[in-house]
Design a protein. Sequence first.
Length: 432
Amino acid sequence: MIKCAPILTFKSEIIGEYLVPIMKIETDTLVLNTKSEHLLIYYRYNPISELYFLAKKGDTIRINEKQNTPFFTVSNRKVKKYDINYDFWKKARYGSVYDYSTEDYYINKELCYITRGRLWQTEKETIVKKLIQELRDEDMWLDSLYHNHLVSEYEYGIYNARNKYKLLTFEAEFKDASTLKNYLEEYNDSIYRNDSMGFYSNFYWYCLGTYMDLMTNQSFDFRQLFDSLDHIDIDLGELALRGKLVYLDQIVNNYSVEVAQKYYNRFVKENHDTVLVSSLSRKYRNLFDEDINNSEDIELIDYSGKRLNFGNILEKHKGKIIYVDFWASWCAPCLAEMSASKKLREKYADKNIAFVYLAINDKEDAWRKAIPVAGLNDVEDNYFILNNKTSKVLEELNIRSIPRYLIYNKGKLIQQNAPRPSDKQINNVFLK
């Protein structure tokens, strides 16, 4: 399945600054507000391929096309040939197969097959070797560009760091546990904390994840992975902390409330960072709430944090048709339907129809960030489900996959598998 990924995403120099990704370009002018002096822009120009562009604060950029590939032009300042369009020239240098690069095939072999009807015939190890060869050549090429003043110092530093850690990652692909441990022993906490672009941290996160897989025989038991982090005889500081937080989150989302509470309490007891503990307390504040866990209804919060339940929603719209959309921030098909859903809301704005959006099996922070991406900023009935694991109502509705749509009429469920917003049949349903 081809992912409904954003067309434009942005990486800021400022750690923690979040810029909303662009799912669909609906205007010829886009203005970004950022405190960062530079932005790394990821442009996905087909279902598989993306290029990186480096922009500077204040830039006015025009996006054109050359050789079926985006090409950025800056009108407000002089730039060197390879400053912004480095990836364009890189693609031209190393060529492509059916218009896709070696890395495209490495990451998306199945997608290449679906979109082109052709299968990349080489084995994974062969592709990795080809990538390593390209990256080593790129290292020398980039140095040559810099020494010949064809790329500026800042841009050279970014592209060089990206290439360095990408190369290290591919070289580590087939390494044994001993080699990966050697990599991890060179980890530096200070560099990790200040790695705004994420190249260094992504490499070491890859090393830790691969090392943990080898040490636990590729266990998918997040409790075992969490426990194993206590027995690594390397000082991994923030990296190990990140690992524990990721595994804790998986435990919270995939195990019983009792197991989740056990590991949460253990983490809090072991950790003396009061700011972090306070943040986790807020994040999981509803997880261990007895009123929520003992409720048979679907317990909800809105964007402002107000608590209510699904029964309140049905009562609020008593006498109306209610079109319920179960979605999540991580669900690409859900997000793909949001544009059609908006058109439905506009079309039936003066009718007796309420549109209700319920985020299921999601994370609250991710849900909040996804609201503008989904175009739900101005939707009043937009809620986050608090008791995915314990709600009897949810259990009875049997929500096995999303997106999922329900229709209520005068408080009664009349369609348990209603048509999607993009399905023309939904109009017939509403008219009936």
